[in-house]
Design a protein around this ligand. Structure first.
Ligand code: FES
Ligand SMILES: [Fe+2]
Length: 356
């Protein structure tokens, strides 16, 4: 299937509905996700232990990785044994040596193979192909991002966000593990993103949130691989104290919502940051992980970022309802509101650009 989205939103039609349920299209998306940057946590993952295994976007990218720390050096390595492909490390632990549980191959914490039983007389062994390969990793403050196939620097992807927020002390925000959540939605990952990318549904779906926001002034802009939405608070609501020279100074900014293509959401509220990672698990099932970083504890629970659980459940319900609709034989493509669906149109245009 070819995605064709007219760059003129007044003429454009939305993505063919097949995109939201076809297993064949879902499988082809692996390449797009392989090339994306993915947030996997922060440097605190290596505070107690010096190893932390994981699987990059399980259900889509499926790349086993392991974060390791030796002295102050953090690396992301492949967690696949270079002998016969077993997963080397299953749990976070503190160790000097990674030992594969299948036939006992040992690796240094930097990935170098250091010992293998019963391998006398093997020619040209060990060589660098026997070491655990590195996986590309970059940081924003203490937040860790990795990619399976690096196509651009992380800084390039996040620039629209970091420039706009250069006055926020993101490095000082505190991660709250007790506020970590996984939401499960029986719908395609891109439907979930579509829904996130417009404020159009707020008055219909989020009646409480709508009381906090000034709907007429909701702002959306697509900037390269980022989509920015700004929620403007009603007078008296909780808003940011912006520096005088800031481009948004004078506006009642209640929330900055940054979408980083294809599946990361960085939501900044006066209390701090909620990172939502949309994890495609299968064509019609998605999990969304919420990571919470607190800046001003006393503001939690207030304003547009107040009751995120409620907003999330309302979104989950509507997106599941749409999933049933897009599978119908009688629906294929819709049209966009030029005023209210700029973000959705930009997202679909990026899918057209990167889905090959
Ligand atoms: S697969 Fe790891 S030692 Fe054989
Ligand atoms: Fe919503």
């Amino acid at each position: 299937m070819k995605i064709e989205i007219d760059s003129d939103i007044t003429k454009a039609k939305t993505i063919p509905s097949k995109f939201y349920h076809s297993p064949k299209i879902y499988r082809k998306l692996k390449k797009l996700f392989d090339r994306s940057w993915q947030f996997i946590g922060d440097t605190n993952l290596l505070k107690k232990n010096n190893t932390h295994p994981g699987i990059l976007l399980e259900g889509m990218v499926d790349e086993p990785y392991i974060l390791t720390k030796d002295k102050d050096n953090i690396r992301c390595l492949s967690n696949v044994c270079t002998h016969r492909g077993n997963i080397v490390c299953n749990d976070s632990c503190n160790t000097k040596t990674l030992v594969c549980g299948y036939h006992g191959r040992q690796f240094e914490i930097n990935g170098k193979m250091k010992f293998m039983p019963e391998f006398d007389n093997v020619t040209n062994f060990p060589n660098k192909n026997d070491d655990l390969p590195q996986i590309e990793m970059e940081f924003w403050e203490n937040l860790i991002f990795v990619t399976n196939e690096k196509k651009c620097d992380l800084s390039e992807l996040i620039r629209p966000m970091t420039e706009r927020l250069d006055w926020l002390p993101v490095g000082e925000f505190k991660y709250k593990p007790e506020l970590f959540r996984t939401y499960k939605v029986s719908a395609n990952w891109a439907l979930y993103c579509d829904n996130y990318l417009e404020g159009f549904h707020i008055p219909f779906v989020h009646k409480d949130l709508n009381k906090e926001l000034e709907y007429e002034n909701y702002f959306t802009q697509g900037i390269e691989n980022t989509i920015l939405q700004i929620g403007i608070g009603k007078d008296g609501e909780n808003t940011f104290d912006l520096p005088e020279n800031h481009q948004d100074y004078g506006k009642n900014v209640a929330a900055y919502y940054f979408f980083l293509f294809p599946n990361m959401m960085f939501n900044f509220y006066p209390w701090g940051l909620s990172i939502n990672i949309v994890k495609p698990k299968s064509p019609e099932y998605t999990e969304i992980e919420y990571f919470t970083y607190v800046w001003k504890e006393e503001l939690i629970g207030k304003g547009a970022g107040g009751d995120l659980d409620k907003v999330e459940l309302e979104d989950g319900e509507i997106v599941e309802s749409v999933q049933k609709g897009v599978k119908s034989n009688s629906y294929d493509r819709g049209r966009y509101s030029p005023k209210r669906e700029i973000g959705v149109h930009h997202f679909h245009s990026l899918l057209q650009k990167y889905y090959k």
